[in-house]
Design a protein around this ligand. Structure first.
Ligand code: FAD
Length: 461
């Protein structure tokens, strides 16, 4: 009988999707062994490398993930890139089931001339840089321009704008990297203009992030009243969260602020603005052809209304002088391995409730399953769904436990033959302790290590 065979399950990626999938499997099947493989030497994905440093409360999910990792039926193998160090097919031989939760490692591009000029960065790289993502540690963005343009109206766009505009004494108490603090201290950025193709009713950011912008101690909002006049009519039929969000923007644009707020705004040395109905056409270079000097935008109008409204160019064109441009128009998942189906158009692994189509025993969860939108809670729910599908397949016999699988034993010997040395969760806890200790010296929750070699050296690899 297979009833007492312990299912050996492998998870690829240790972000929220990986950890929440593991948590659900371990909780609802008392025999499962779950092994998590992670490309980086450190766990937690975008909770460590995406979530803004001034949002420490969001990172509390790490406590839950750590509990999961401490289960004696769960193991963590960091420093293993699936698709390079080991193939998905090899993992499928070693395990009864494989769950792909490797997130979105790339970003959408603007696809306009001048995008590669110095001074133009993706928000993904900028976020990775201030959060200590190893691959972005040398970015050193040029912050010598007084005007920065952020392309995009989502929460990541607001994160990036807020980091550029926050007083240093606030950021100093966060886990933002030392390198980022040094560059931000030299920053000349005074104005951050966030541009979007569509209108105020189509923004993708949420009210908490907008409120944080409005409450920035040293920057004033500059919203154009014309964008919000008469918007009340359009608000009758929209869902409540969007209604409240739009009302807050409209109030900020149209109403006199309270005296104390007005005083703060008058004396603020920096400002931010939302520019609607503008679609980037080209980044214009400086005379030497090397550096971004301005952005040229098509003025657009909306066709249709609500979430599905389309931005159509009116023919009018506008230019805005700026030496710093951050494009924040979305992350993008990549195929991991030629053996795994991938929908390049939607940028996801085709699946039915987390079951990868045409590949029994293969599952997916998180951003690579749904696409790169949604907060951690959304990712948690979809990961629980995937784990549930897997458990159902075990019960129904659709997922057959054909004898005991070797699991990590087999992978370990493959990795050894390829000279790959995985990082255990205990190793991570040593890195963690070292970061916290360094942070303590400077009054930060941690000082992140940004060089993987340094991490590996610390744990004696
Ligand atoms: P990820 O978190 O990206 O995890 C994927 C993991 O897989 C990574 O650790 C990666 O290194 C690993 N991996 C990739 N390729 C491989 C491979 N080949 N082999 C092995 N491992 C691999 N949500 C909130 O609720 N609140 C916030 O404040 C918030 N802020 C955000 C800020 C930013 C800038 C971004 C981008 C997102 C933010 N989110 C926030 C959303 C949240 O981060 C996501 O919902 C969530 O992280 C998605 O989880 P995931 O596990 O699918 O992907």
């Amino acid at each position: 009988s297979t009833a007492d065979v312990a299912p050996q399950i492998c998870i690829v990626g240790s972000g929220p999707a990986g950890f929440y999938t593991a948590q659900h499997l371990l909780k609802h099947h008392k025999l499962t062994q779950v092994d998590i493989y992670e490309k980086l030497p450190v766990p937690f994905g975008l909770v460590r490398f995406g979530v803004a440093p001034d949002h420490p409360e969001v990172k509390n999910v790490i406590n839950t993930f750590t509990q999961t990792a401490h289960s004696d039926r769960c193991s963590f193998y960091g420093n293993v890139t699936v698709g390079k160090d080991i193939t998905v097919e090899e993992l499928r031989k070693a395990y009864h089931a494989v769950v792909l939760s490797y997130g979105a490692e790339d970003n959408q591009t603007l696809g306009i001339p001048g995008e590669d000029l110095a001074g133009v960065y993706t928000a993904r790289a900028f976020v990775g840089w201030y959060n200590g993502l190893p691959e972005n540690r040398y970015l050193k963005p040029d912050l010598s321009s007084e005007t920065a343009v952020v392309v995009g109206h989502g929460n990541v766009a607001l994160d990036v704008a807020r980091i550029l505009l926050s007083p240093l004494e606030i950021l100093r108490k966060t886990d933002i990297t030392e390198e980022a603090l040094i560059e931000l201290a030299r920053s000349k950025v005074k104005r951050v203009c966030l541009i979007g193709r569509r209108g105020p009713l189509q923004v993708a950011f949420t009210i908490k992030e907008l409120r944080e912008m409005i409450n920035l101690p040293s920057a004033r909002p500059v919203l154009d009243p014309a964008d919000f006049k008469g918007i009340g009519d359009a608000l009758k039929d929209v869902p409540r969260p969007r209604k409240r969000l739009t009302e807050l923007m409209a109030k900020t644009a149209l109403e006199e602020p309270a005296e104390e707020v007005a005083g703060r705004w008058v004396s603020a040395s920096r400002e931010w603005s939302l520019k609607f109905l503008r679609s980037p056409l080209q980044v214009l270079p400086t005379a030497d052809g090397k550096q971004a000097r301005a952005i040229r935008m098509a003025v657009t109008r909306l066709e249709g209304s609500g979430d599905t409204a389309k931005a159509i160019p009116t023919g009018e064109v506008e230019e805005l002088l700026c030496g710093l441009i951050l494009s924040s128009i979305g992350y993008k998942s990549l195929p991991i391995d030629p053996s795994v189906p991938f929908d390049p158009k939607r940028g996801v692994i085709p699946n039915n409730l987390g079951r990868v189509l045409g590949a029994p025993g293969l599952y997916c969860s998180g951003w690579v399953k749904r696409g790169p939108t949604g907060v951690i809670i959304t990712t948690m729910n979809d990961s629980f769904d995937t784990a549930q599908s897997l458990l159902e397949d075990l019960h129904s016999g659709a997922l057959v436990l054909s004898g005991a699988k070797e699991g990590s034993e087999m992978v370990r010997s493959i990795l050894e033959s390829r000279k790959i040395q995985p990082v255990s969760f205990l190793d991570w806890e040593k890195i963690d302790a070292a970061e916290v200790a360094r942070g303590k010296l400077v009054g930060k929750p941690r000082e992140k290590m940004v060089d993987p070699h340094e991490m590996l050296e610390l744990i004696g690899h």
